[in-house]
Write a protein that binds this ligand. Structure first.
Ligand code: HEM
Length: 424
């Protein structure tokens, strides 16, 4: 299922909002390795090698534009001191390494067994017998938020809490989408609209703090091995001071970093399973190896996070251009993942690629995604559940078709499916 293809490459990446940008990436690649985007007001880097060069040199040649956010601004105050995007140098490296350690393989396998698989089973139980579902609502959206609640140590089975958290993160996402200064997205229509988004963001982040503070205070005195307890165990080594505000900020940011991102990627994986029967059969027949390779190929091809913005701190020669200090530059991660210089037949889902994990869906370099192992486990278990429990999964021919939508984060939705046997 594809949206309308682009007849001609639009002038700006922003024109691909709520559409498949694949044609745009190809047309841009044919003309340039690095192209000026007049709406983003940034250099767009489309090659795999160019993106890797930029991201490998993050914190040296470039920095994230959010780092220029004034420390007394409402945006900074809503995020708090543990948002890694605001951190730099040694302090960032320390906090980043800590996050990476939390997602080590042994932890992932424990969470996979104790939370992820049972949750997938429970969610599929909710609709399988009825023979149809909207997978986004019934399986994808409830999954990552509850998994993260479980690992940080919040009551993940508390429906009222989870529903409220979802609303608070939606408010944050709306503000994030309106923040052109941060990532080049579509601007809010007026200053008043932007101000209303920021006010709502501040109120939402304060409510989040109120909701999680009782658990965080409890763990300060009584550690149980969950992530909040580990933050109390190790916090003093990460930054000073390290108090309630720092723990709230860490918990807030890990939810935001891992919830919608994983949901979009899971939708893309399930969309592929529901629309490409031969691939689904190949994955089903290939066991765990094929499942892992399939998830990597979906991350590479449709991913979630389409680009990352940066600001140059030095002259950078890329392709035919020289990027000057102060210029904005955008790593087009999903264009890079389809670069024929790097991938043979890049458009093809190939479960036998030599290094299936070297794509840029999770970024690269000093700011690579710390939670990638958790995201992978969640997507794998959702796909495994669909293959094992819903063997006849296909799009519902009578319901609204999925469209590729979003700007920074993108996926196919809605996912109305049928899963009853399709007959002889
Ligand atoms: C498919 C799902 C995911 C995708 C595509 C994704 C992608 C990314 C990307 C592109 C970045 C770099 C941001 C930048 O520096 O511009 C990032 C950073 C990060 N991600 Fe993820 N992410 C996913 C899931 C998760 C999950 C599940 C968690 C944790 C529960 C997580 C935690 C983080 C953290 C802590 C960082 C900051 C790393 C740092 O700068 O030190 N992510 N992610």
């Amino acid at each position: 299922v594809t949206n309308e293809p682009h007849a001609a490459a639009p002038e700006s990446f922003t024109a691909t909002t709520d559409r498949e940008p694949w044609g745009y990436y190809e047309q841009l690649r044919e003309r340039h390795e690095v192209a000026w985007d007049p709406v983003l007001e940034a250099w767009a880097v489309v090659s795999y090698a160019g993106c890797k060069h930029l991201l490998r040199n993050d914190k040296r040649l470039v920095h994230h534009p959010a780092q220029d956010t004034p420390r007394d601004s409402p945006i900074y105050s809503s995020e708090g001191p543990m948002n890694t995007i605001f951190l730099d140098g040694e302090e960032h490296a320390r906090v980043h390494t800590w996050w990476v350690r939390q997602f080590k393989a042994a932890n992932i396998e424990g969470w996979r067994t104790h939370f992820i698989r049972p949750l997938v089973e429970q969610l599929i139980d909710g609709f399988a017998a009825g023979g149809q579902a909207e997978l986004s609502r019934d399986l994808v959206e409830p999954l990552p938020i509850r998994v993260i609640a479980a690992i940080v140590g919040l009551p993940w089975e508390d429906d009222a809490l989870i529903d409220r958290l979802k609303i608070l993160f939606k408010i944050k996402l709306e503000s994030f989408d309106g923040a052109r200064a941060t990532h080049g997205g579509p601007t809010a229509e007026t200053d008043d609209v932007r101000q209303a988004q920021i006010d709502a963001l501040l109120t939402a982040s304060r409510e989040f703090d109120r909701l999680v503070t009782p658990t965080i205070e409890l763990r300060r005195r009584n550690r149980t091995g969950d992530m909040i307890s580990k933050l109390w165990d190790d916090g003093a080594m990460l930054m000073q001071p390290f108090e309630l505000r720092e723990v709230c900020s860490a918990v807030y940011n890990v939810f935001f970093a891992g919830t919608d991102t994983t949901a979009h990627a899971t939708r893309n994986a399930l969309h592929t399973i529901a629309t490409r029967r031969p691939i689904a059969e190949q994955v089903r027949a290939g066991g765990d190896r094929a499942l892992v390779a399939f998830v990597e190929e979906v991350l590479r091809l449709t991913g979630t996070v389409h680009f990352r913005p940066r600001v140059a701190d030095a002259e950078i020669a890329l392709g035919e251009v020289t990027i000057r200090p102060g210029d904005r530059v955008v790593a087009m991660l999903m264009a890079a993942n389809r670069d024929p210089e790097r991938y043979h037949d890049p458009e093809v889902i190939n479960l036998a690629r030599e290094v299936p994990t070297d794509h840029l869906a999770f970024n690269f370099g000093p700011r690579f995604c710390a939670g990638a192992p958790l995201a992978r486990a969640v997507i794998q278990e959702a796909v495994r559940g669909a293959l094992e429990r819903l063997p006849e999964l296909r799009l519902d021919p009578e319901a609204e078709r999925p469209r590729f939508s979003g700007f920074v984060l993108r996926s196919y939705q809605p996912l109305h499916v049928r899963c009853e046997p399709s007959g002889p």
